[in-house]
Design a protein around this ligand. Structure first.
Ligand code: FES
Length: 91
């Protein structure tokens, strides 16, 4: 799977800074180790729910444990809500 992603990234430019290709978020990095929440999952949840990181975690059926991820998660949530989606950009 990783080899396919790397190949796709080399062949095709991603259309914007949202790290999406054909609606799929390409970054597999874990943001919350305690809950095994990936950046892609967090970004999708950020668009479907409101509130801060704790509220977004709750929308995934999780709650913070150690709390070390919350600042970074909050930054990602804010970033995801601020950038225009590829689907919303006029061509
Ligand atoms: S790393 Fe997210 S709660 Fe511990």
């Amino acid at each position: 799977m990783r080899a396919i992603k790397v190949l796709l990234l080399r062949i095709i430019r991603i259309c914007c800074s949202c790290k999406r290709f054909a609606g799929v978020i390409l970054d597999p990095m874990y943001i919350c180790i305690c809950n095994a929440i990936r950046e892609a999952d967090l970004r999708q949840a950020a668009l479907k729910s409101g509130g801060d990181a704790t509220a977004t975690y709750a929308s995934l059926g999780k709650k913070p444990n150690c709390g070390q991820c919350l600042v970074k998660a909050g930054q990602i949530i804010d970033q995801e809500r601020a950038i225009p989606s590829c689907e919303n950009v006029a061509v």
